[in-house]
Design a protein around this ligand. Structure first.
Ligand code: PLP
Length: 454
């Protein structure tokens, strides 16, 4: 690297999330300079279409003037105040009211945090607080799912079902267990229908609960569509069957809508797409189009009532962040939700979904592609060494990351989740931009095929 260049200084000073630090010292960073619509530009001026909306999150693209104005206005009025101990401010009140009004099921209260991880952490603590309040001191186990992703605080990483988030960190901590992932393509038996597979998963979940002891199991957590696990769309009837099991054993149901919330799956919430009726709902990312960090934990009245009483008995609900409901973040989130309504962003994304899904599925014929799957404006293309026998590549071959890198060279930012290439563009993407995104990807995929055949 040029001495004192941004790349050299990055390698010298920055520890990056999700990065192999040894490789980083050799490769250095890809520095992104600016954004416009669905595009970002690196510091050499190269243009990329953001096929992942950053981290599944920048729903309104990379230059929205209304969000900028909302932030500026709030900076002028009140740039910071906290919400501890009865203090409040209008942006926080307005945003909470709005979230309750759009929630997929009746919800009672909103707790604000700064990230998806924290929103899940708050939800975990509320689940425990709730059961303690009811005198159910043994009902503490929380069931996540293999390959489910819920964040990286110690508790949310424990809930996450990916070994990468556990290895080296002494996670999972006690009381977190993981049920099977609902992955029909990879895990269903030969000839097993989606419905039969869902029945089997629900039966296995029930067995797990019974073996653990139903009076020890507090909550079950699920993303409507698993995002970071590889865009795993649940098999038909899955949530219906799972929810029946949870109801039978008085287990709270938590929907992690951090990716699926705000239009991603074609409805306002993933819970609506898959008929989920959560007691607690967690959202972040597209809540502010990720322009500023803010997340929310919504709880229903059934959860709130005992929590309220316990907070009085214990003196206070001893939880909260300096930035819980930060007024500038809340103002930007509120403006984001207004834009979704006033500019029909969610309806437009739903109308664009068939175009996106058709193009995505057109890759099914490609010699490397085992499955192309998705819903709404999210999807994944899973590559296989031998698609007929569903033989995967060796993980160590790093084929997924290689394809993502080649596709990035061809002008599309993508994310490899193992050998699945994930797509989750800004909701404002147009038909021609969808075509361009997949054209860049096809060039990268074809280059990977040439490379693998050599
Ligand atoms: N939950 C889900 C479903 C996510 O996809 C993510 C992040 O990708 C998180 C939680 C964690 O959010 P954050 O990275 O904001 O902590």
């Amino acid at each position: 690297f040029q001495p004192n260049s941004p790349a050299a200084r990055d390698v010298a000073y920055v520890l990056h999330p999700y990065t192999n630090f040894v490789a980083h010292e050799e490769k250095g960073p890809l520095i992104i300079d600016r954004g416009e619509g669905v595009y970002v530009y690196d510091d050499a001026g190269k243009k990329y279409i953001e096929g992942m909306a950053g981290l599944w999150s920048t729903s309104l693209g990379f230059h929205n003037d209304r969000l900028k104005q909302a932030a500026m206005k709030q900076f002028d009025i009140l740039p910071y105040y906290h919400t501890f101990a009865h203090r409040s401010h209008l942006p926080g009140i307005d945003l909470a009211e709005k979230l309750i009004s759009v929630a997929p099921v009746p919800m009672s209260k909103v707790f604000f945090n700064n990230s998806g991880s924290e929103a899940n952490d708050t939800a975990i603590k509320i689940v425990w607080y709730y059961n303690n309040a009811l005198g159910r001191h043994h009902k503490k186990k929380i069931i996540g799912r293999v390959n489910g992703y819920h964040g990286i605080t110690l508790a949310s990483a424990s809930l996450t079902g990916r070994s990468m988030n556990h290895r080296g960190f002494d996670a999972p901590i006690a009381n977190f267990i993981h049920a099977e992932e609902p992955n029909h393509y990879n895990n269903a038996l030969e000839g097993e229908s989606e419905e039969d597979y869902a029945t089997r998963l629900a039966e296995n979940l029930e067995k797990m609960i019974v073996e653990e002891g139903p009076d020890t199991v507090a909550a079950f957590w699920a993303e409507p569509v698993m995002g970071a696990g590889g865009v795993i769309v649940p098999p038909k009837t899955y949530f219906d069957k799972v929810q029946k099991v949870l109801q039978k054993y008085d287990i709270l149901f938590v929907a992690d809508e951090v990716i699926c919330g705000f239009g991603r799956t074609g409805n306002y919430w993933g819970s609506q797409t898959f008929d989920m009726k959560p007691d607690i709902l967690v959202c972040a990312k597209a809540l502010s189009s990720s322009y500023l960090p803010i997340s929310a934990t919504l709880i229903n009245e059934k959860v709130y009532e005992p929590v309220k009483n316990a907070s009085a008995e214990l003196g206070a609900f001893g939880h909260g962040y300096t930035y819980s409901g930060h007024p500038v973040c809340a103002a930007v989130a509120l403006e984001t939700l207004k834009i979704y309504d006033e500019e029909n962003i969610i309806e437009k994304a739903r109308d664009m979904a068939p175009v996106f899904q058709k193009q995505l599925r057109s890759f099914s014929d490609h010699p490397l592609v085992g499955e192309a799957r998705g819903v709404g404006l999210m999807g994944a293309i899973q590559v296989m060494q031998d698609k007929a026998s569903k033989k995967p590549f060796e993980a160590s071959a790093g084929v997924g990351p290689m394809i993502a890198n080649l596709a990035t060279e061809e002008g599309v930012m993508l994310r490899a989740v193992g050998d699945s290439l994930a797509f989750c563009p800004p909701l404002i993407i147009s038909e021609s931009e969808i075509e361009e995104m997949f054209a860049c990807f096809r060039r990268g995929l074809d280059r990977a095929l040439d490379h693998l055949r050599k």
